[in-house]
Design a protein around this ligand. Structure first.
Ligand SMILES: [Zn+2]
Length: 274
């Protein structure tokens, strides 16, 4: 029943040799761009929760402190070439590095395919980065850094200056729709859920508008709930163990960004046909 979103007109009709060559060229560029951005997101994922600057000092091995050369930092390929170990001290490099790089490359390629070169693409790329960093930091540290959320919010406001964006009213409603229900849960449960989750939902709402914010929130809550039940059943976690909710929220909002309109249309058709 899931309907794939229709591909955006990337400024050209398919079929003519020159334009498809340009689209292919654009796809390669966006994939490589995504890999490089993924490499930077890895720096953010490591440094932001530790309160370090994401710019200085230059990249170094967290184990031996040696400054990395460019050949140690080629996305995905360096990890494969070095067989997952630091060139200088031999300590293990986390799987997260190639994973985040490959994920970001794939996401950028996919979003370029969907939206072409448009302001929607810019918003989608920025939100993807914010959600990805939030998910991986929360997974490891059980919190989402305020610096990331603030940067995401400011970037959302800037993206909204581009032509064809959501509009201020829709953005404000999106933030309220995303964060409101979670805030109610936090207040009712007195700390059963982190404040970072609430803020992340508000930031995602700025990019998505109220309909997609609610759709993403719903998807995240369902995914998190199902995973919690499965982990409890498999005894991977105990009843009192905290489970990070940020990764589920991030996936929910990302899916809502890409397929939310189609999911809503399917849902409305189903309920109308009853
Ligand atoms: Zn090292």
């Amino acid at each position: 029943m899931l309907c794939l979103p229709s591909r955006a007109q990337a400024g050209s009709e398919p079929g003519t040799g020159r334009t498809s060559a340009m689209t292919f060229f654009g796809a390669v560029i966006f994939f490589v761009f995504g890999l490089v951005v993924g490499s930077f997101l890895n720096v953010c994922i490591w440094r932001l929760p530790r309160g370090e600057s994401v710019v200085f000092p230059p990249s170094h091995c967290p184990a031996c402190g040696r400054r990395l050369a460019w050949r140690d930092m080629v996305p995905v390929l360096s990890y494969i070439f070095l067989q997952g170990r630091c060139r200088y001290c031999g300590s293990r490099i986390s799987h997260r590095y190639p994973l985040v790089e490959a994920l970001t490359g794939a996401a950028f390629l996919f979003l370029f395919y969907l939206y072409g070169t448009s302001s929607r693409l810019v918003a989608a790329l920025v939100l993807t980065c914010v959600l990805e960093v939030a998910a991986f930091v929360d997974l490891e540290h059980m919190r989402i850094p305020n610096g990331l959320l603030l940067t995401g919010a400011v970037a959302g406001l800037l993206v909204n200056l581009l032509p064809g964006s959501l509009g201020w009213r829709e953005m404000a409603l999106g933030a309220v729709a995303g964060a409101g229900p979670l805030l109610a849960v936090v207040l009712a449960s007195r700390g059963g859920m982190g404040g970072g989750d609430v803020k992340l939902a508000a930031v995602a709402g700025l990019y998505l508008g109220w309909r997609l914010a609610l759709t993403g929130l719903f998807l995240g809550v369902v995914a998190g709930g199902v995973m919690a039940v499965v982990m409890l059943a498999l005894r991977r976690v105990g009843r009192r163990d905290p489970i990070p909710f940020g990764p589920f929220l991030a996936v929910g909002f990302w899916v809502a960004m890409v397929w939310g309109k189609e999911l809503l249309a399917c849902y409305l058709r189903l309920t109308a046909g009853r």
